[in-house]
Design a protein around this ligand. Structure first.
Ligand SMILES: [Zn+2]
Length: 379
């Protein structure tokens, strides 16, 4: 019993050391008007109707919720602990918040990192299981598997609910996949400003380029990658430049958490037990003491779910304004049959239709002809 209690305490200390201390220190540093960059306002997004945000898509999407001079910071493709931690430390120093679109397999490989992202008050969403490019050419079932497996993996690695926020790898989106996201109440985000950190390896050049792009568009949703060392090195200069130019950071949160599918749990559990000390320890101790392995202890819910536990302050030290955004549902799938073209408004019905449970479409109109070659940016 004492040994088991010790394990629990150790697990709690592990969780604190991994994240809570940093968060607390950052909160103290951010409490006054001297805060570095801060968060000007918070947008709580109601994802029930599966909205799509951002410039870089040919699909129907929501008008920008950002005003001139406002930026949203986003980081894709991680976690990669030695990069992600540096980025989190920089964001803490600037007292500001971001959204991380993590890859499921990376989250399973580095679960402590995704917990750190959440514990420091950032928003955590999904970016598929294995980051396939050209997701829309893989077939709808395989694409949905990638999307859902990714979310389930990230949520399991995080040990707590995450945001129903998704970004398509390579920004390779399509209406049928968007219809699935609608049916699942998941919001998708493309980007407004590309830092080009996939290709610019020099930190000084990256900072200069990114700030120029932000200036060009006067803000927007900015794309970075927390797998690039140049990004980690350039971020302090970029954030200082954002502040100097008078841009304000807007933090996105989800109004409700994602409900991951449990279909993938058995497979993901097997993978996660190899990489997550917090999950392995109780089982090892149990076998040493001769007691049968116990069901996994619940993860300590020390912090609020998928949202920010931090006090979010503006540059002047005031509490950040919080608004809620609830976009309407938009038509998603254009189905071309033998004799007519029909626009389907109901995401859930159309998603089922394309799995063969309803009237069979002859083909799905794809938005390939007009697609810009997004993949050259290495999203
Ligand atoms: Zn990516």
């Amino acid at each position: 019993m004492i040994r088991r209690a010790g394990v629990l305490i150790a697990a709690l200390l592990f969780a604190s050391c991994a994240s809570g201390v940093n968060s607390a220190l950052a909160d103290d540093a951010c409490a006054g008007p001297g805060a570095a960059l801060g968060v000007e306002r918070v947008v709580d997004i109601d994802t029930a109707n599966g909205p799509l945000f951002g410039d870089l898509s040919v699909l129907a999407r929501e008008p920008s919720f950002l005003g001139p001079g406002e930026v949203v910071l986003t980081f894709d493709d991680g976690p990669m602990p030695w990069i992600t931690k540096s980025i989190l430390d920089t964001l803490d120093r600037f007292c500001t918040k971001a959204t991380f679109f993590s890859v499921g397999s990376m989250a399973i490989a580095y679960p402590a990192s995704v917990r750190d992202v959440l514990a420091r008050g950032h928003t955590l969403g999904g970016h598929t299981w294995s980051h396939p490019l050209n997701l829309k050419r893989r077939g709808l079932d395989r694409a949905i598997d990638e999307i859902e497996r990714g979310f389930a993996a990230i949520a399991m690695a995080a040990g707590q609910p995450i945001a129903p926020f998704f970004r398509f790898p390579g920004l390779s989106d399509s209406d049928p996949m968007m219809a699935h996201l609608q049916a699942r109440g998941i919001a998708a985000f493309t980007v407004d400003v590309v830092s080009n950190d996939s290709y610019i390896a020099n930190a000084d050049r990256l900072a200069t380029y990114t700030l120029a792009q932000i200036d060009k568009r006067q803000g927007g949703i900015v794309l970075f990658h927390d797998i690039k060392s140049a990004t980690a090195k350039a971020l302090p200069v970029i954030l200082a430049g954002i502040k100097k130019r008078g841009y304000k950071v807007v933090h996105m949160r989800a109004k409700s958490p994602l409900a991951p599918l449990d279909t993938f749990n058995a497979d993901l559990e097997k993978r996660l037990v190899k990489t997550d000390p917090a999950r392995k320890s109780p089982l090892i101790i149990a076998s040493v003491t001769g007691t049968p392995p116990q069901p996994e202890a619940p993860q300590p819910h020390l912090l609020p779910f998928f949202g920010s536990p931090a006090v979010l302050k503006t540059l002047s030290g005031a509490d950040a304004e919080v608004t809620t955004l609830a976009p309407p549902q938009r038509p998603r799938i254009v189905v071309t049959t033998n004799d007519h073209t029909e626009t389907v408004n109901d995401g859930s019905k159309s998603a089922r239709a394309h799995r063969g449970h309803k009237a069979k479409p002859v083909r799905i109109k794809r938005a390939t002809a007009d697609d810009p070659p997004f993949n050259i940016f290495g999203f």
